[in-house]
Design a protein around this ligand. Sequence first.
Ligand SMILES: [Cu+2]
Length: 149
Amino acid sequence: MNTLKTQIIAVFGLLLCATSASAADIQIKMLDNSPTEGIFVFEPGFVKANVNDTLVFIPTNPGHNSSSLLTPSNAPTWKSPFNKEYRVKLEKEGVYLYACDAHKKMGMVGVVQVGKAGNLEEAKKKAAEESATMPMNKDRFSKMLEKVK
Ligand SMILES: [Cu+2]
């Protein structure tokens, strides 16, 4: 009987762990150069997250920041200081676009999908406007947005 009780308690414990699979920190490095993605990148550039996850921008190389270009309606915008670790909590569903203020023109941009991408068309429009001003890597936004499902 005692063994059964122990087993039941153990199963309950496991269930609790599984259902409270809680909000995650998602690290995004700010890099001068990536062997796979080229120069001036956020890595990973595309992130799929859950509501209440937190983006953590890591100043792996100096000279970068993170600044939102588009957030879902009623989600706050952000603008991080340069060369500082910076956290953005994702409390609303939708697509987020952001860039490094110093290197946006070089395509240092990123896309985050949180839950359902209700504002995808708006995001694509904004991304196309921004991409049109980039002399290089103007296909980065569209490649990332293709991953939004
Ligand atoms: Cu930068």
